[in-house]
Design a protein around this ligand. Structure first.
Ligand SMILES: Cc1ncc(COP(=O)(O)O)c(C=O)c1O
Length: 506
């Protein structure tokens, strides 16, 4: 169990043969993976020990003999604990000044630590510690993403997931993949989930499963990430670029119908930036024309419309678990979610050389599997996704509140019945000021990004699409859009820091 502040934890203790057996179950009791154990004993009476802090190291302390009084000072205030036996251990988070006192000469303290010895992690001087602690709440810059914070928070869960896979000795198509597929299908409220190698493969395999091929057309939003378009090209079909919805940044539902021809087989829409597209209208159009709806949900894990998660409203949803995504793996990963059992069966075979059983190949497939390690990591992270998405919404609200009245800056919008998950918080900076604002923010230590600077039909590889469609919106968008920092490990103070410098620029 992971603790958030200094916590006394009950330990196993059993009377046996006139003596006692005590134990620390490191995984359950400490909440971190123990990487070092050390002991404090000797001439301790009347002396204070400890008297230092750690920036990142977590510790778990057990009094094996004698007694000790421990005073901890940190972000949650000052806490004092007296421990006289092995029935309880003390969890000490990083960032606490600790003083061990009132020990006797026979006292023996065992300390379990989350990391090997590292002198740079120590705060040995009390005044230096107080300055460091005060600095923790000050903001001097804001990274675009916080992989380091996320990793530190998840280390224990990831260690457990990693060990479970290693101990299973099953690395491909094993129990961890099945577990993740079940969990993710349930999370998306879809009947089937098929893990694949990445988001692009998820899109491509769905189109293949529907038989989309050379001579067919698939309607895609002009401003989607190139992967949506590449998937259409990969199956030999022609991407048809429809106008973007300037409100949701997804496809403009009202622009779709006029682009449908007898060759159109599907609409591949994108819930760009984690903002749901107008699914009701799009599904209605598709039904009337008997074409499929593919939801590119690579940026929208957990976004909903009237409580229904995206990816399960069309005929199939494609997800990416690229590390930066709201649900990201530690390498590449992707998944298909669908209620269509035929598509799910096709995808299961296709991703695995086309085989239905070992060495029995029914179709010409490929190797596009989600491996056991990534699946186990994703299962662990999926448990946090709702909390992370909620935090993203809270931080997005700060941007919406603080930047609302700036003329020259357009904030992202969404339809009232939908709940975005803010994979990206993209604003539009008009009057050709985007690059200057980006430079200003970088000079203040604020990381930003542009999603995406070059629209699909201006890419060299898609020269054949140039001039075919009216893509004026995405061309303008490429010059005006700016993604501000937003991930669940940003603090409110950091987002306010970004807002302050955006306002300062205007
Ligand atoms: C909208 C969209 N579709 C598809 C993809 C492709 O996913 P992957 O990188 O896992 O292949 C991405 C990834 O960036 C994406 O943002």
């Amino acid at each position: 169990m992971k603790h958030n502040c200094p916590t006394l934890v009950d330990l196993f203790s059993d009377e046996r043969d006139g003596g006692f057996l005590g134990a620390v179950e490191t995984r359950q009791n400490c909440g971190f993976t123990c990487r070092r154990v050390y002991y404090i004993h000797g001439e301790l009476e009347g002396k204070e020990r400890g008297c230092h802090g750690h920036k990142r190291l977590e510790q778990f302390l057990v009094v094996l003999k004698g007694q000790v009084e421990i005073t901890l000072e940190g972000a949650t205030g000052v806490h004092t604990f007296v421990i006289k036996d092995t029935s309880q251990g003390l969890y000490i988070p990083a960032g606490y000044w600790r003083v061990l006192d009132k020990m006797t000469n026979d006292t023996v303290v065992m300390v379990m630590a989350s990391d090997p010895y590292d002198e740079d992690d120590y705060l040995r001087d009390y005044d230096e510690f107080k300055l460091w602690l005060a600095d923790q709440s000050k903001v001097s810059g804001v990274s675009y993403l916080n992989f380091d914070r996320m990793h530190y928070d998840l280390r224990f869960d990831l260690d457990c997931a990693h060990d479970a896979v290693m101990e299973s000795c099953h690395y491909i198509n094993g129990p961890h993949l099945s577990q993740f597929e079940n969990d993710f299908a349930k999370y998306c409220q879809g009947q089937y989930c098929v893990g694949v190698a990445n988001g692009l493969q998820a899109l491509e395999i769905i189109l293949r499963g529907w038989g989309v091929t050379t001579g067919d057309e698939v309607i895609v939003a002009e401003n989607s990430y190139i992967a949506t378009v590449l998937a259409v090209s990969a199956v030999g079909a022609k991407p048809v670029l429809a106008k973007m919805d300037e409100k949701t940044f997804s496809i403009d539902a009202s622009a779709i119908e006029s682009m449908i021809t007898e060759k159109t087989k599907a609409i591949a829409l994108t819930h760009l930036y984690g903002i749901p597209a107008q699914m009701e209208k799009i599904v209605d159009i598709a039904k009337r024309h008997n074409i499929k709806v593919l939801e590119d949900s690579a940026q929208a894990h957990g976004a909903t419309i009237e409580g229904q998660p995206v990816g399960s409203m069309g005929d199939a949803g494609a997800f990416s678990f690229y590390p930066t995504k709201n649900l990201g793996a530690y390498g590449d990963g992707g998944a298909i979610v669908t209620n269509d059992s035929n598509l799910a069966e096709f995808a299961r075979k296709y991703r695995d050389y086309g085989q239905s059983q070992k060495y029995k190949n029914d179709i010409i497939g490929t190797n596009s599997r989600l491996d056991e390690l990534q699946a186990a990591f994703l299962t662990a992270k999926l448990k946090r996704l709702e909390g992370w998405n909620k935090k993203r919404r809270q931080l997005a609200e700060i941007y919406c509140r603080e930047l609302a009245d700036i003329s020259g800056l357009c904030l992202p919008e969404f339809y009232e019945n939908s709940q975005p998950v803010w994979h990206v918080f993209a604003v539009r900076v008009v009057n050709k000021k985007r690059d200057a604002l980006q430079r200003h923010l970088h000079s203040k230590g604020v990381g930003t990004n542009i999603h995406y600077p070059i629209p699909v039909d201006q890419q060299e590889c898609y020269a054949e699409l140039k001039g075919l469609y009216n893509t004026a919106c995405s061309a303008k968008w490429g010059q005006e859009v700016l993604s501000l920092p937003l991930d669940p490990y940003h603090t409110e103070a950091e987002i306010e820091f970004v807002c302050k410098h955006v306002r300062e620029f205007f």
